[in-house]
Design a protein around this ligand. Sequence first.
Ligand code: DX5
Ligand code: ZN
Length: 221
Amino acid sequence: MPVPKIAPSMLSSDFANLAGEAKRMVEAGADYLHMDVMDGHFVPNLTLGAPIIKCLRKHTNAFLDCHLMVSNPEQWVDDYAKAGASMYTFHIEATANAAALIAKVRATGMKVGIAVKPKTAIESVFDYANDVDMILIMTVEPGFGGQAFMNDCLPKVRALRQKFPNLDIQVDGGLANDTIERATEAGANVIVAGTSIFSAPSPKDTIQHFRDCVLRNVTNK
Ligand code: DX5
Ligand code: ZN
């Protein structure tokens, strides 16, 4: 049965105080810390890489959910494993051999996820869903925080949930108080949120609200 996992996106944190921000989110109830890796090539933005994951790992035991928005995701697997990443989620659009990449990530001991961009058909991951720990359905075009939630991605969440009742299904982009209900109704149980959690008067209350929505609409449905 899919349980709630709330994953604040550290992209919205104060990068100059990453350790403190991680601690603050864990204390507010975060299950995962979502780490957005962008290479300026697969997406038109540049963020962080394995050296920063390695530094952060020294300050926290939290589950580091790494979202690799990079071309050639095969290239970085070992670096992230050595850095202490907990999960390595690559984009299906970025690889020519998803099965081999899944095996490569598994061999390191990290958990493995596959992400799909808004315009990518969900059928593209059906063949791999039983071999991964999570499927990430982007609900904005990857590259930037603070974008508007794309409703037209919801049918993909619904279709995936219908076919895989126990799968961890992550949504990422524009998740907030006004979109969490529909995302969870469609079947998402792993919730990434940057802007809405970091700008909330109480990140703890926002995380708890997201958790309650997953419990009501997915776990106990
Ligand atoms: C976007 C990233 C997201 C981003 C979400 O490319 O993958 O994780 O941080 O930010 P919000 O929650 O602000 O839409
Ligand atoms: Zn992300």
